[in-house]
Ligand binder design. Structure first.
Ligand code: NAD
Ligand code: GLY
Length: 360
């Protein structure tokens, strides 16, 4: 069995288990991690439920867990206050107690919503994350950020609540639509850019989904390893963790420009990484040629390297960026591929440089 286990030193500490078909061994894994749990509250979405729900439930029931299942509509709109209230009411109607646990089976939407519901119901019950998208496997299931969206913006209400276990079955990615797979790839490439030049080159040598899937367990392990190291040092996102936002400030501008419909998050991050590398090159912080190298990895995967965006969207994204403070903003730039370099600059200077780059 090709099993990889990584330990995250955050919260009470927990394991990430990366194992093909771990869905069928979930009962044993959860029993081991949460010996007191009797009832499991499984949250999944309308796409994932028919694909993987029955296998997961069978594995849990084999270990005599009492399993209750709640299916949310697939899609970002489910990360809402209304859906959160429905989850709380469903859990309490079925008599959830503090020793029970919530199991989130699905992508980042299910993980964020179910994680937030678990962190608040009865003032907090345990969570097990079972991520089924590439993005959720390499990013959202690890690190304990949970949230819902509010009318004013994404992820505006949430909590830090580390899971007790993350079970990652790489085989679930076989049913993922191409667009979702590639969206996750933008985050995968990000890890190479900020942390690991060898990994970046490894990805560059695998320009198709088939080639990437042939080594997917290794890819998941490298990404989760980087994420766990970062989160272990900065669980509450007050310092180092901001490096995970490489490409995201401008990515948010692109998402905004497309009214959150035209571009997936991953597409926006892909183009955002290229612009951040160009910005770094313009500011003489980033080694010349880095943007070209990132483009050469993104292009064969069909990820955009440029997204048209009017200056007002850039201004807004820089203005509301969570790394901004007063008149300054911390940009996540690269020194070179594999070496990240956060840099705090006056917002006016950043915007002026971006304006000149846009006009050039
Ligand atoms: P998602 O959860 O909406 O999943 C994408 C689509 O794929 C959905 O339609 C889903 O039903 C479907 N799907 C999921 N697994 C599948 C499978 N194995 N086969 C077929 N279809 C499948 O989106 P996502 O990209 O996984 O997550 C995006 C969310 O994650 C956003 O809300 C974002 O804010 C959040 N996020 C959170 C963090 C964090 O640290 N908590 C980090 C990054 C992103
Ligand atoms: N996705 C960024 C973080 O977890 O901090």
């Amino acid at each position: 069995m090709d099993t990889k286990i990584l330990h995250v030193d955050a919260g009470a500490g927990y394991d990430i288990v990366i194992e093909p078909d771990v869905l069928d061994a979930a009962g044993e894994r959860i029993k081991e991690a949460l010996p007191k749990a009797k009832r499991l509250f499984l949250v999944t979405d309308s796409n994932v439920s028919p694909l993987y729900g029955p296998r997961l439930v069978a594995s849990l029931e084999k270990l005599s867990f009492e399993v209750h299942t709640h299916v949310i509509p697939a899609g970002e709109t489910s990360k809402s206050a209304a859906e959160l209230v429905r989850l709380w009411e469903w859990m309490t109607a079925h008599g959830i107690t503090r020793t029970d646990a919530v199991v989130a089976l699905g992508g980042g939407v299910v993980g964020d919503l179910a994680g937030f519901a678990a962190s608040t119901v009865l003032r907090g019950v345990d969570t097990v994350q079972v991520p089924t998208t590439l993005l959720s496997q390499v990013d959202s299931s690890v690190g304990g950020k949970t949230a819902i969206d509010l009318p004013a913006g994404k992820n505006l209400a949430g909590a830090f609540c580390q899971p007790k276990l993350v079970l990652m079955d790489p085989n679930t990615l076989s049913t993922l639509p191409d667009a979702e797979f590639m969206s996750g790839m933008a985050e995968v490439i990000k890890y190479g850019c900020i942390w690991d030049r060898d990994f970046f080159d490894f990805l560059a040598a695998r320009p198709t989904r088939a080639a990437l899937m042939a080594d997917i367990a290794h890819i998941l392990r490298v990404c989760c390893d980087i994420k766990r190291l970062v989160v272990s040092q900065d669980e509450r996102d007050t310092g180092l963790r901001m490096i995970l936002n490489f490409g995201h400030t401008l990515g948010h501008a692109y998402e905004l420009a497309g009214k959150y419909e035209t571009w997936t998050h991953g597409q926006a991050v892909a183009a955002g990484m290229v612009t951040a590398a160009r910005l770094g090159e313009t500011l003489a912080v980033t080694e010349a040629g880095a943007a070209e190298r990132i483009m050469a990895v993104l292009t064969p995967l069909g990820l955009p390297t440029h997204i048209p965006c009017d200056f007002a969207c850039m201004e807004k994204a820089v203005g509301v960026d969570k790394k901004s403070a007063g008149d300054s903003v911390t940009l996540i730039l690269l020194e070179k591929i594999g070496v990240v370099r956060p840099l705090t600059l006056p917002k006016a200077e950043v915007l002026d440089t971006l304006r000149r780059m846009t006009e050039a």
